[in-house]
Write a protein of this length. Structure first.
Length: 273
């Protein structure tokens, strides 16, 4: 029999739950009986995530928000607390990636990455800690970093993930006297929409690999079946969103005496990026 503390009746916020890894995390938590607050900017995609959770018997709320707006992050926490009385899990997952060099990169791309991947994550951590401290409950904060944080020259995107790890480690030290655990999860390559801003020629390659016909529109999402098809074609070189969801599940189901500071998940045949 398992000694894992169950998740039924708990609450969670998952940012970036309209797509990819965040959607898989939200589905996994929902399937375990967690009330999940889903956020992202695309309403229809968020509703699709919520529909998957409710179809599997779970409970979810959708809040369309840009997490770069600090006030909207507080509303996510409030929604969880109003439903179950406390916030148990906060997953800082939303993120964006733009390629480009330091020498010639675009300031707006840098701003989007820094504000989404770093600043919004800081605000999410603070809002989660305040809510958990207010009730004195055991809680988990999970920050989705990247293996790019293990690489010293992984570009501006990698720099944001180095920042995620430093913030996570710092917060863990700040919370030694609190029953709140903080985990950084560093996935390797996953076929998701994180690549939506790369050169369209690369995305056309992804579509071709999937064997499914689809139009590539720069900056837009690819259909789910295209991403799943590409994943299957490169199964040794990519992990799946569900693999990351498994890691989150592991981190948030340890007994209080066990703290999982970080988890690295790489595909079988690693892609260094
Ligand atoms: N895919 C990989 O290979 C990989 C590897 C390592 C780490 N990661 C990390 O995993 C996390 C999830 O990425 P993913 O791969 O699942 O990519 P994805 O499919 O593009 O999902 C990103 C999510 O973030 C949300 N988001 C982006 N900007 C937002 C904003 N300003 N406000 C609210 N939501 C926002 C998006 O929602 P909307 O579009 O609806 O706003 C979407 O739900 C990211 O932190 C990424 O850096 C990914």
């Amino acid at each position: 029999m398992s000694n894992e503390p169950g998740l039924r009746g708990k609450s969670a916020v998952v940012t970036g739950a309209s797509s990819g890894i965040g959607r898989a995390i939200a589905e996994r938590l929902g399937a375990e009986g967690v009330f999940v607050v889903l956020t992202g900017r695309e309403q229809l995609a968020l509703e699709e995530s919520a529909a998957r959770i409710t179809a599997a018997g779970g409970k979810a709320a959708v809040i369309v928000a840009d997490i770069r707006d600090a006030d909207s992050v507080q509303k996510l926490v409030d929604s969880a607390v109003n439903e179950t009385g406390q916030l148990d899990i906060f997953v800082n997952n939303a993120g964006v990636s733009f390629l480009g060099t330091v020498a010639e990169g675009d300031v707006e791309d840098w701003r989007l990455m820094l504000e989404t991947n770093v600043l919004a994550l800081l605000v999410g951590c603070r809002a989660a800690v305040r809510a958990m401290r207010a009730k004195g409950n055991h809680g988990n904060i999970v920050n989705i970093s990247s293996v790019a944080a293990l690489n010293p020259d992984s570009g501006v995107y990698g720099a944001t993930k180095h920042a995620v790890n430093v913030i996570t480690n710092t917060l863990r030290q700040e919370l030694l006297e609190d029953p709140i655990q903080v985990t950084s999860i560093m996935p390797g390559l996953v076929a998701t929409n994180i690549g939506r801003n790369v050169d369209p020629a690369i995305l056309e390659g992804v579509v071709a690999m999937s064997g499914i016909e689809a139009e590539v529109v720069p900056g837009e999402r690819l259909p789910d079946d295209v991403l799943e098809g590409a994943q299957e074609a490169l199964t040794d070189f990519m992990i799946k969103p569900d693999d990351v969801a498994d890691a989150v599940y592991f981190a948030v189901t340890r007994p209080g005496r066990v703290h999982i500071p970080e988890i690295v998940i790489r595909p079988n045949k690693d892609f260094d990026f």
